[in-house]
Design a protein. Sequence first.
Lengths: 230, 230
Amino acid sequence: MRKPNMREAILAAAEELFSINGFNAVSVRDIAQAAGANPGSVTYHFKTKDGLLLEIYQRHCMPMNLRRSELLEAAKRVRDVQDRLEAIVRAYVVPAFSSGSDLAGGGVRFTRLRAIMSAEGNEVARRIIAQTFDDTSHAFIDAIHESLPHIPRTEIVWRSHFLLGALYYTLVTPERVSRLSRGEADGADPGEAIEQIVKSTVASMQAPALDKRSPRKPPAGRAPADAGLA
Amino acid sequence: MRKPNMREAILAAAEELFSINGFNAVSVRDIAQAAGANPGSVTYHFKTKDGLLLEIYQRHCMPMNLRRSELLEAAKRVRDVQDRLEAIVRAYVVPAFSSGSDLAGGGVRFTRLRAIMSAEGNEVARRIIAQTFDDTSHAFIDAIHESLPHIPRTEIVWRSHFLLGALYYTLVTPERVSRLSRGEADGADPGEAIEQIVKSTVASMQAPALDKRSPRKPPAGRAPADAGLA
DNA sequence: ATAACATTTGTACATATGTACAAATAATAA
DNA sequence: TTATTATTTGTACATATGTACAAATGTTAT
């Protein structure tokens, strides 16, 4: 074949298919076919299916985190507290939708991929994510915490976690928003999604703290985790 | 074999395995082995693997929605607006963690199952969910909307969607909360998760509306969905 | 006990899967 | 050119998969 760069074609096809169907449901043959390549070619370039996923992550993680860091630094310089908080949240959300250097939809595709991998409990993904995104996550958590010093850090962690969940779920099931809003909202419109997530997250961050317990040490005699519930 | 009820054992094993690894990564043989049954038994009782998943959904959907409806009705009768809003959100969240009639952890397991199925884009699940949960979702959206009449319904839909995303993600990746909070929070503690989700969601629901456009009809000459972003 | 039915077992089949590898072909360097 | 290397192709293998089905076994009713 005279494909200018088959490696790239395979990578793109894999990313597309994984981001739609997950890792487990996509076969190496599916990927090869979508890329117009031979199954053997996949083995040649990436050795294993895991290797292919790894390469996809390595392709995207750095740029996305870089973009986030830039936007975060800019956001931290915003004077007004309310505006700053919003800018910080936006700095976290926007790169998840548009990863800049990438082709159209690249950011959305990779974020949706991450969402599905995390649901599938994919081990390759889990490792990469923990060691690549945690730094950035901490940076955002700290920045938000500095804008909201009266909220315990732990609660900021929870709320950031909810933000990521909202983001993931919106990318995975956008049609549900359209359906439940009876067509008044378009769940697949990144602009709309970003605005809604940002506004709703900023508000949630500002919620009063629960502080049932002292900020550091929980009192020893607490009921076991799932006593009254499970 | 003299297993008192093999059908139930298979169902339980499937639910457990699906809720951890997803549908695609679990084989009929895995399920059979976990249930101490023969692969053929699975075919006998449920005909196909899809049939097995279907049965799991039918087993849980009704009770969970019933519980939600009860709690919702009670919540709607709360006098104070703020308290009512919180009660409504809680009525939505709590049954996702504890499905009542079920054995310990049943609610969490089924909700985690739904989270993974929705990420995997499972068709069987998608169909059942849309026709079983949408009524309940609308009831909650309406109830919240009545407590917050100044917020457009569409925005309540978005924020409810984020709530579900947060809930799902917390059940799928609880260890991330523990890790990012450096052990100060336990992401797997249902009680803690519920309180955090409820408080943060109540706040997000009360966020001011975006209202870039008139409440009902968006102006015709709007930019195409993903023009400036994708 | 005998008949009727329900369940379980064991096995088989067709297909799908990840990956290995030798041969063929293209690209590059000498 | 020829030699060398990089890539692609085709095929093969071992294993896994969903499901079908007949035989064996258990259960219940008469």
